[in-house]
Design a protein. Structure first.
Length: 120
């Protein structure tokens, strides 16, 4: 199960049906097996937003510098500010293969089951 929490007025709000995230605000993803790891095993994997409002969805990665916490149960990041307001899908791509193991050969893709709405 994945849950997204977003910071509004310095209070984390949890959303289950319709998730709203504000640009530039702290966002937390909770779940299991979430550790972000790239293919070479030396940096974070990818948090990817894909527009769902355009005819040709475009993928955009959250910059690694925006990721402030990266554990097996929590990912915390500052939402990208340059994206257009609208609806997006969110997915995680990681090569994490458990503590002490080499990275997987193929990524594990975890997709948040609901659309998120990105606002100013």
């Amino acid at each position: 199960m994945l849950r997204i929490k977003s910071l509004f007025n310095n209070v984390f709000s949890e959303f289950s049906v319709h998730t709203i995230i504000k640009k530039g605000k702290t966002t937390v993803i909770e779940g299991t097996g979430l550790t972000l790891l790239n293919q070479s095993g030396d940096a974070a994997g990818d948090l990817i937003l894909a527009s769902t409002w355009s005819e040709e969805p475009l993928d955009d990665k959250v910059p690694a510098a925006n990721i402030t916490l990266n554990t097996v149960t929590h990912i915390e990041f500052t939402m990208t500010e340059y994206l257009t307001e609208g609806k997006y899908s969110l997915r995680i791509e990681t090569y994490y293969n458990g503590e002490g193991n080499p990275p997987r050969l193929e990524p594990v893709v975890i997709k948040f089951p609901e659309e998120i709405t990105l606002l100013m």
